[in-house]
Design a protein around this ligand. Sequence first.
Ligand code: DER
Length: 235
Amino acid sequence: LTQDELKKIAAYKAVEYVESGMVLGLGTGSTAKHAVDRIGELLRQGKLKNIIGIPTSKKTHEQAVSLGIPLSDLDSHPVLDLAIDGADEVDPHLNLVKGRGGSLLREKMVECACKKFVVIVDESKLVKYLGGSGLAMPVEIVPFCWNFTAARLQKLFEGYGCVAKLRTSGENGEPFVTDNGNYIVDLYFKEDIGDLNVASDEILRLAGVVEHGMFLGMATTLIVAGELGITIKNK
Ligand code: DER
């Protein structure tokens, strides 16, 4: 099975948790895309009714509009029944790294407002500890004096061999700009950063930081699709 086929399997399994009448957080990324497609299909077939979607990015908003999924926002629906979204990394405690697609702020706002948050991944996303994949730990920051903020983030974790890089987009190396008009600094660690809650607090305390991509203690269910089948883990 390809990685995308595994993502689709996990996504379709998660949509089995969706009931008519629900207000749903619609995730962002290549795995969540399959879940949103499936929700649109079930609505079209009349197997799901009266669904309201709260998108976690402009990209998901556009996908949902194209599928005819009725949409709203957190102002109108401050409490959601269920969110389905992917992750970049999942540790054994269901802590996540998200945001490599750049949507972490709206994802975290929506997913914090949900009674249930189902995370869908292929098995390649499982890690022993967050940051362990050696890939980016995203932090959304304001554009004002971004270099100052990036340097402070790097210094915060210098003991873990941290390197902070401004995320760029396109070939001309322009800064990547999020849906919210902010920048993203990607942190790369060489070692386990230890207590994630301490790390989270220290990052958020820096004026200039908007939000980070660690989703701690938020997921209620994890659906992993692997070569040997699907495993489901509840918090
Ligand atoms: O960027 C994001 O937050 C995405 O949800 C990411 O965590 C998972 O993206 P993927 O499903 O394309 O791997």
